[in-house]
Design a protein around this ligand. Sequence first.
Ligand code: 6R9
Length: 636
Amino acid sequence: MSNYHIKNLEEYWQVYRKSIQNPEQFWEEIAEEHFLWRKKWDSVLEWDFSKPEVSWFKGAKLNITENCIDRHLATRGDKTAILFEPNNPKEEAQHITYKQLHARVCQFANVLKAQGVTKGDRVCLYLPMIPELAIAVLACARIGAVHSVVFAGFSASALATRINDCDCKLIICSDGSYRGAKTIDLKSIVDEALEDCQSVSKSLVIKRTNGNVTMKEGRDIWLQPLLDVADTSCPATIMDAEDPLFVLYTSGSTGKPKGMVHTTGGYMVYAAYSFKNVFQYTEQDIYWCTADIGWITGHSYIVYGPLVNGATTVMFEGVPSYPDFGRFWEIVEKHKVNQFYTAPTAIRALAKENLSFVEKYDLSSLKVLGTVGEPINEEAWHWYNDNIGKKNSPIVDTWWQTETGGIMISPIPYTTPTIPTFATFPLPGIQPALLNENGEELKGNQVEGKLAIKFPWPSMARTIYGNHQRYKETYFSAFKNMYFTGDGARRDAVGYYRITGRVDDVIIVSGHNLGTAPIEDAINEHPAVAESAIVGFPHDIKGNALYGYITLKETGESRNHDNLRKEINQLITERIGPIAKLEKIQFTLGLPKTRSGKIMRRILRKIAEKDTNNLGDTSTLLNPEVVQNIIDNALV
Ligand code: 6R9
């Protein structure tokens, strides 16, 4: 039996038990068999959650790019590593083989070296989803520089905050980016950000849109001419397993964004292991994750996880709605995609559109469908299952976080029977716990509480850049000797986990704990509803009452809003009980979302509480315009 690739439920249990009984032996066997180390570790795991300090494979030496590229060259040199699908469907797709990727990463790494970047330096990447983004990530890793990718939808001030927080020495950007019908002038955003960034002395600029840009003398350099003359081989800098690989920012409920620091050895092992199992990747498969490399999902499951496994990973530059709502499915057909991984928000947006956008395409290549980022509501799950998977492709509802580095709770397709809205079982090596308000662990099944993790796993973030104290307070102070996720979950009769949402979204109404997700599920079942978000607001008798923000489908609904309110509450009563009925229902044009598609309930909560003077940090909002509209029409 191999620990590395699970193929049935019996094997899952055997492997899971082993991973709990003897975690060190479990991970050591995997690390030994499937990766290239320049030197083996002195110890597999050392940990102390009270400090907190965790190290995996201490003393080991490696370079992650040798695992992603070099060791595949003999057997997979001509296999496509990165399959690039441009924004414009008329522009040809690019197939970058492992050999070509090797040459391009080496050239890029040599350019970085020539610009004075050395091991340990932080490099900011602010780029669209073009191959150079993945290549730049790998080029940094090649020479031991720490990449800090900032999603290229962030504003200049958000970019500056992130650059300054980790003192980046250099930035890699592009002249512009294509997003659907729009062309965005990225370089001027970078110029504005750099006004406030003293640490950045150089900016390497990639040509993508050929727009007019201002190049600042002595700072800005076009990348291509440097690449053209760079050597196509570059020895990999040998790193310690616990050397930082990257910093990636995630927003907390308060304060400035947290720069989560991930290290090299453990991250590599876990990203590779979880990729292999959750997507059941086999050698000839074409795998596509629609996330942006600016998020953790892109780091672990577009770049590192797939490449360490020698996979073909699709990179898509565009958006699901361009040139029309069939674009995703057109790409699935065109490249015969086998595994498709996306977010519930994308599924809901596409499910609103006419089914003919799906039916036009042959989706028979699909074997596994995945979702990530937020709880998936039942209606969206069924739409995905029925219309995309044709009930033949298991849906893996993968729960994890920027902080966890890799997927933590997820079905294994063709192995774990799936149920809508359940992330099901923890992956091997992951030891979840549910806790009550007093911090006591709830044993057994049929329990609900706060979700924590009791034992280290290889890809956990090791600290917050420059602020270990905040790391300790945020994640290791709620419960003794456990990592606290900030999420709540229920464990059902068979031990399946269902994520109930952020615990800060739990609303206690008349003494009853209500998760936002199941109520929103019920609301979304109404045929007129596109999307919804509920929050609590203070209520004299109940303690809290529920305020629902509901966006209707764009079907020209001329329905009576009062009737609609009654019908929605009737549905909630049916699905959850009268306790979950909404006190107030406001129909909205849209919901405030972060750039990664999460509804910003914090803002909606403030509006419901009539506290709109200070909405907090709104720099990560994708659609600030809807906020004013919601305030203007608020039922307060
Ligand atoms: C990978 C990623 C993390 C938060 C997490 C949780 C929510 C992610 C989920 C899910 C329910 C899932 N979340 N996956 N909730 N079901 N399958 O999204 O990382 O951006 O850091 O967000 O997203 O609330 O705590 P990140």
